[in-house]
Design a binder for this molecule. Sequence first.
Ligand code: M6R
Length: 620
Amino acid sequence: MVPMCGIVGYVGSGPASGRPLEVVVEGLRRLEYRGYDSAGVAVVTPDGLQMAKKAGKLVNLATQLGTHPLAPGTAAIGHTRWATHGGPTDDNAHPHVSGDLAVIHNGIVENFATLKAELVADGDGFASETDTEVVAHLLDRAYQATGDLTAAMREVVVRLDGTFTLLAVHAAQPRTVVGARHDSPLVVGLGDGENFLGSDVVAFIAHTNQAMELGQDEIVTITPTTVEVTDFAGRPAHARQYTVDWDAKAAEKGGFRSFMDKEIADEPQAVADTLLSRTDVSGALVLDEIRISESVLRAVNKIVVVACGTAAYAGHVAKYAIEHWCRIPVEVELAHEFRYRDPVVDERTLVVAISQSGETMDTLMAVRYAREQGSATLSIVNTHGSTIPRESDAVLYTHAGPEIAVASTKAFLAQITAAYLLGLYLAQLRGTLFPDEVVAKLAELRAMPDKVQTVLDRCDLVQEIARWMADTPTVLFLGRHVGYPVAMEGALKLKELAYIHAEGFAAGELKHGPIALIEPGQPVFVIVPSPRGRHSLHSKVVSNIQEIRARGARTLVIAEDDDEAVVPFADVVFRVPQCPTLLAPLLAVVPLQIFACELAHAKGLDVDQPRNLAKSVTVE
Ligand code: M6R
């Protein structure tokens, strides 16, 4: 499974100028979270195509453009790469050129070797090891035959297996950019006398908040004043226009040292916004977005949550609440495992896909598989205009705003919140909770943003400990019940941000093996449930702390304000406000996120763009 690249395209109506390049480089800066192995641009100038590309982060390309500026142009495309075919070198960086045509690509052309062999046999030479260069050659040949970039794109896309978003420009069509998408994201930005294309709206949000969603297997041709969308056969297609409800400032660091710091600070708002406007005057939940009929939802006898990474841990948390409130069995499955194991799902199964980006290929494929089996599909997604909601029967949007840092933080809290809303909605519909119980639980949820803020206000201690622990080689995380997925999420954050070996365990599993890892000085985070919750849970975790402490572990304990029982056995206690057991993950995860973030800063690492990763994993 590999994540992929960021792409941006621009065309304007004025005389040739520096704007196309500026817009594209600015777009790449905002899209760099999608891949940072190399970056490149191609500009259509009155004297033909000009190109610059460089291995490494965007700053390398920017430096090159500073010393070797490109001529003014009318259109441009730009690419930031997560390497798949061919290493992260200058030659393998996009754009790839053939004749007077340049192309950029997000995805994988699975039959590229066959296509390349044909082209080589026909005399073509190649400058890179990429699958994309094959597309450049095919497009160039098709252009020579048709004299039209859109027609050329139509001819080529049907020959490609795999996944792709492609953008192409040709020197002979200086005010045209053509894009195509198949199982990979592409959105249109509508400007005044200029138009944009991007992997997501972040690419052009500094210029317009008017966007257009493209469907699967569509080709789009933008000029300064027109946007034409067709399917691969050339038939006109309808593209939905929408207004992006956040502005460029939301996608800026806003004075924080990193996007991740900012996104953690955004968490109270992310939870509050996700809860906003979802009740009627009587306090009952109204989830208008859920376009699955009430009779289907009443008949559901199993829920399967499909997701990857952090989103899957949000699903694990939600399982506890939904089963408790709705009395429906909930399975949580990594999306990439789900569809390859012949899962038992049918028309009485509700498949819930959770995804920040709405583009994770494994999750998308799981949704498609579920629909084929006749299951109703509902997605919990943060990014409007993305593919997963388009292909689901219903969507419940989280309103976390753009999440730019590769490591997911505020989206996790928003996903749990939205999944809880879904659980309460189902409980209301199926009568497994009384209306006043739903109202009371919603009130508890609404109290959470302030409590999350309290945890943020107390971040000094966790930051100080993180800085002390910068040289730690391994950290363990323990939790029970809803604390268990939080432990796994804490470990994931530390691995991906600080490159420290970390494991999250169910505390009850300790004595079945993991306790053998405990040796003197081993740091262990323990997430302690509320002492006011199910009593046995709390006392069992306190016993677990004693067991590891007795073997020399250094215990870093997350516990409620009034929980004195942990004090004798904790080396450090991070306090969180009191809250109901099922809501505790919204608080307990925050110190773990701050810990990983601070430790990565202390090690001098790039917190927003950890090595080998990219934000959206848009192919398998
Ligand atoms: O966009 P999605 O929520 O579908 O992404 C799922 C995972 O790729 C994502 O959560 C990943 O695990 C993050 N790097 C976690 O910080």
